[in-house]
Design a protein around this ligand. Structure first.
Ligand SMILES: Nc1nc2c(ncn2[C@@H]2O[C@H](COP(=O)(O)OP(=O)(O)OP(=O)(O)O)[C@@H](O)[C@H]2O)c(=O)[nH]1
Ligand SMILES: [Mg+2]
Ligand SMILES: [Zn+2]
Length: 350
């Protein structure tokens, strides 16, 4: 059971001290705000952090999907309490640019980082480079997956272009419609091998997981027609055990700040704010007084600073205004000003 999730002798050695405290080893498969799903010998358990752990841990120490943890299990209730995270073999971290922000760990103990981009969208070299840097720093091996090959007239040209940016990194063109390239992706997913999918919303990450799983395990959704971008269908990180015996970790696509990202290359300075939107109950939440609004919740518990939220709202308003005036130069200048200012608070970018 544990072995099929990648348990090893090395991990067992690291777990030994906890065994004496009547804790059990388990792997984190789902990570949502403050609630985790664990798998272990006792099956699936819903877990929270031990108070002491939460108190002592730095943010980067918190468990993430893919982590191995030592937990006190209550199998009758189907619950557990996480007391420790075992040392990570690889760590996928979202880069923090600027100053104050602690780095965000996205996934742990993955063998492969699959960088997913779609063949029917604009190819963004800078974004690819950011993902590649993240992958190399994780300790895992990167590979690039170009999805929706069935919608592209010049797959070879695209592959060539990507290969010339990502020297030495394998590039796979795939389509869930024609089945092209699925075996190649499958080659990273042998028994107990773990891969994480990283890529913008709507590129087809969850669809790929379903296709490899041979069933509709995860929700997927048509991308928005107005701007060709996804809508954050996936809202949490989830590790899925495939029939091949491999494990694949689906993640919510990071929405790019479409207006400025491509132009300035600064990256989405407000990604941490925009990421919250995926967790609101309503897709069209205005983040004012809707029920289950993640922004309001984050403001209430202090994880989002009021000042930062106001900056974001103000920026959107000003950009919309400049957009209406149709003055591209003023718009670019405005963005730069805001980006500089937002960096004084905190900045995240891939
Ligand atoms: N034609 C075609 N469409 C695809 C392919 N793969 C995915 N799609 C479509 O792309 C859309 C978005 O797919 P998702 O799997 O939801 O995208 P995602 O990357 O998981 O998006 P987020 O969860 O928001 O990060 C869906 O309508 C899929 O049917 C493909 O190979 N060919
Ligand atoms: Mg998805
Ligand atoms: Zn909201």
């Amino acid at each position: 059971m544990l072995e099929s999730y990648g348990w090893s002798r090395e991990l067992q050695a690291q777990f030994d001290p906890y065994a004496a405290r009547a804790l059990v080893p388990a792997r984190v498969t789902v990570q949502q705000r403050g609630v985790y799903t664990l798998v272990g010998e006792l099956g699936e358990l819903s877990a929270e952090l031990a108070g002491r752990f939460a108190f002592e841990a730095e943010s980067g120490d918190y468990p993430v999907a893919g982590d191995w943890v030592a937990a006190a299990a209550r199998p009758d209730e189907g619950t557990a309490t996480i007391h420790a995270v075992l040392p990570r073999m690889t760590t996928v971290v979202r880069k923090a640019a600027g100053t104050a922000l602690a780095e965000q760990v996205v996934a742990a103990n993955v063998d492969t980082v699959l960088i997913v981009t779609s063949l029917n969208a604009d190819f963004n070299v800078r974004r690819l480079e950011r993902y590649l840097a993240t992958a190399w720093e994780s300790g895992a091996q990167p590979a690039i997956v170009l999805t929706k090959a069935d919608l592209c007239d010049d797959v070879e040209g695209f592959v060539f272009e990507v290969e010339s940016v990502a020297l030495g990194v394998p590039v796979h063109a795939v389509s869930v419609v024609s089945g092209r390239g699925l075996d190649e992706v499958g080659s990273y997913l042998g028994r107990a091998r773990t891969a994480v999918l990283l890529g913008t919303s709507g590129v087809g990450k969850s669809t790929l997981v379903n296709s490899l799983a041979g069933e509709e395990l995860l929700a997927t959704r048509e991308i928005r027609e107005d701007d060709g971008r996804g809508r954050h269908t996936t809202t949490h990180r989830e590790l899925v055990l495939l029939p091949s015996g491999g494990l694949i970790l689906d993640t919510p696509g990071m929405r790019e700040l479409g207006l400025w990202d491509a132009e300035t290359g600064v990256g989405a300075s407000f990604e941490d704010v925009e990421e919250l939107f995926a967790e609101c109950r309503f897709g069209d939440c205005s983040h004012e007084r809707e029920p289950d609004c993640a922004v309001q919740a984050a403001l209430a518990d202090g994880t989002l600073e009021g000042e930062r939220w106001e900056s974001y709202v103000k920026l959107q308003r000003e950009l919309a205004h400049l957009e209406r005036k149709g003055n591209p130069r003023a718009r670019t200048a405005e963005r730069k000003k805001w980006i500089a200012r937002s960096k004084e608070h905190k900045t995240t970018a891939w």
